[in-house]
Ligand binder design. Structure first.
Ligand SMILES: N[C@@H](CCC(=O)N[C@@H](CS)C(=O)NCC(=O)O)C(=O)O
Length: 199
């Protein structure tokens, strides 16, 4: 299988991390968003939404949306709970990530790290801080009661949230305010076959 992505993107790194944890062999195809690689006709045929990460199976079928890719690749592994309610809890955190976390933390990081915090985007960057801290506080509350987001074991919910949380400082978020989140980051990094993000 082939994965199209950029290792510096948290959404793509989630997939890279999962493949490492589960020893999933794949070909990584680097895609440069800034150079317009996601807007070519060839790429748009694979993902009409023009975004990475993108998974392409050997038979040509394609899957986009990082959390859908994670759950597909982790099916049958210990990272996906068998219990229906726990599985729904994993998805609850993944929807939370996409709606209440990533749009604040990942976007603030993009403006600061990729664009160099230009004056024209400063107000938007600052407006992202409140929502990002709100999301971190929600995670902090859960992680004060369980080692991982859905109980005692690592699931794809943790990988989904870990992607941008562990580099939230690059978006201006001081994680020292969230000791349970910091302990969770440390716990994830101790997993066998953990790989870091190119920062
Ligand atoms: N909801 C999507 C978001 C994917 C996304 O925003 N990808 C960015 C890189 S992090 C991208 O491809 N941007 C290119 C563009 O929008 O043109 C996911 O979780 O996979």
């Amino acid at each position: 299988m082939r994965i199209y992505g950029d290792i510096q993107s948290g959404n793509c790194y989630k997939i890279k991390l999962l493949c490492s944890l589960l020893n999933i062999e794949h070909e990584w195809v680097h895609v440069d968003i800034m150079a317009g690689d996601t807007s070519t006709a060839e790429f748009l045929r694979k993902n009409p939404n023009g975004k990475i990460p993108l998974l392409e199976l050997e038979d040509g079928r394609c899957l986009s949306e990082s959390n859908a890719i994670l759950n597909y690749l982790a099916t049958g592994s210990e990272l996906i709970p068998l219990d229906g309610f726990k599985l729904a809890k994993v998805q609850q955190w993944q929807f939370f990530e996409q709606y209440s976390h990533e749009p604040y933390i990942a976007v603030a990081r993009f403006i600061a790290k990729y664009l160099g915090l230009p004056e024209s985007r400063r107000a938007e960057y600052e407006a992202k801080q409140l929502g990002g801290h709100k999301a971190l506080a929600v995670m902090e509350k859960q992680l004060s009661t369980s080692p991982y987001l859905v109980g005692d074991a690592l699931t794809t919910a943790d990988i989904s949230l870990y992607g941008y949380t562990h580099v939230a400082d690059e978006g201006g978020f001081d994680l020292s305010r969230y000791p349970f989140v910091l302990a969770w980051i440390d716990r994830i990094q101790k997993n066998k076959n953990y790989i870091g993000m190119a920062r």
